[in-house]
Design a protein around this ligand. Structure first.
Ligand code: 5GP
Length: 123
């Protein structure tokens, strides 16, 4: 499958600095920022800086340097938001891909939710 990347999507605009964001962490290949409409007390989106539509697109086409940077950034943000020293808390990680999963912004993003009892998602 060919992936068509739309460079007018909102996260591309954030990466170009055309739209402001509340940055949580930035690395060479990744950016983490607060979701504008949080669904948990802590709700952060982590995106690669490269032009990738979905996780599978990224996994297939990104360089090893981009992949390791992104995975480490996602992990570091998750640890910062959701891991207490006694492991009493936690986090949820989610990525939507494509219309059936209601992906709203066509630039890969992992959601990280934390800061509350998140309940059971899948029964
Ligand atoms: P999706 O449904 O694609 O998985 O999630 C897109 C997410 O992007 C939503 O949680 C939505 O609140 C967030 N979002 C949409 N527009 C903006 C924006 O301009 N700034 C930020 N920070 N988040 C946004």
């Amino acid at each position: 499958m060919a992936y068509d990347y739309d460079d007018q999507n909102i996260f591309a605009k954030i990466l170009r600095g055309e739209i402001p964001n509340k940055t949580v962490m930035e690395t060479e290949h990744s950016l983490a920022f607060e979701d504008i409409n949080p669904q948990a007390p802590q709700h952060v989106l982590v995106i690669p800086k490269g032009a990738y539509v979905t996780f599978d697109h990224f996994a297939a086409e990104a360089s090893d340097a981009e992949i390791s940077d992104y995975v480490r950034t996602v992990g570091e943000v998750a640890r910062k938001l959701g891991v207490t020293p006694d492991m009493a808390s936690g986090y949820r990680m989610l990525t939507n891909a494509g219309p059936d999963a209601h992906q709203e912004v066509p630039h890969l993003h992992v959601h990280i939710f934390a800061g509350a009892f998140l309940g059971r998602m899948i029964d």
